[in-house]
Design a protein. Structure first.
Length: 245
């Protein structure tokens, strides 16, 4: 039995028995409808009952990769949320808990063997506490992480967009607006690798094409991500907003 046929039968059983809604997602976890143009890499199954919203995300082998639970009040506003992420081997990757009333965020991360990696408690404005562990379980210093950024920082990137970004004629004539999410990898040298549009069905094709063009003509490597001063590969998502004046 093919993976897609098995997946179809699996999802059909979910819908019939549990009354759940199903979304197909691309590799960046954005919803897709046209499966011929944009092949699905994940499936999201959601149910809502008595103020509780449960969502399960699976890969095409029906292996669970994420599970979220949201509690809402009578007005549909979020009270709290829990998000569990999993490694391909089934071990938990992270456990995130958000208390919207208390403005408190708790995140616990794990190594792939299941051992504790970090515990972080924060609010919307500050880190309240954080502890980090080595693979042997011993408490270690907080890793010094330098986030990747364009050469010259955000101002340099924005100046580049102002000088080069063009509003496509086709999109302008159709009064199309939107935010294109560009996804790409950065290697240890900061070179852009495998640039793609992460949300192709949410934006006008001409806007998507222009945003991708801009990224491809960017003349500089980025400053790569660094952990304790050592450059490492990273995954990036950046927005390009198109709005008519």
């Amino acid at each position: 039995m093919s993976r897609l046929l098995f997946l179809f039968l699996f999802l059909s059983q979910c819908i019939i028995c549990l009354g759940q809604e199903v979304e197909y997602l691309n590799g960046f976890r954005y919803p897709i409808v046209d499966l011929n143009a944009y092949p699905a890499e994940f499936i999201k199954v959601t149910t809502q009952k008595n103020g509780v919203i449960q969502s399960f995300t699976y890969n095409l082998d029906t292996v669970k990769v994420e599970h979220s639970t949201v509690l809402t009040d009578e007005n549909g506003e979020k009270i709290s949320e829990r998000i569990l992420g999993y490694y391909p081997n089934g071990e938990m990757k992270f456990n995130k808990r958000i208390d919207y009333a208390k403005d408190e965020f708790k995140e616990t991360n794990y190594y792939e063997d299941g051992s504790l990696k970090s515990e972080i408690v924060s609010s919307s404005i500050e880190i309240l506490s954080e502890t980090y562990y080595g693979v042997d379980g011993v408490v270690i210093d907080k890793p010094l992480i330098e986030d990747p950024e364009p050469k010259g920082g955000k101002k340099s990137w924005n100046d580049f967009l102002v000088a080069n970004l063009q509003y496509p004629v086709e999109a302008r004539s159709e009064r199309a607006e939107g935010t294109v999410i560009l996804a790409f990898d950065l290697d240890e040298e900061g070179a852009i690798v495998n640039p793609q549009v992460a949300n192709p069905e949410q934006v006008h094709p001409a806007l998507a094409a222009e945003a991708l063009r801009i990224l491809l003509i960017y003349p500089e490597n980025w400053n790569p991500k660094k952990i304790n001063g050592i450059p490492v590969p990273s995954e990036m998502k950046i927005p390009i907003r198109f709005k008519l004046s």
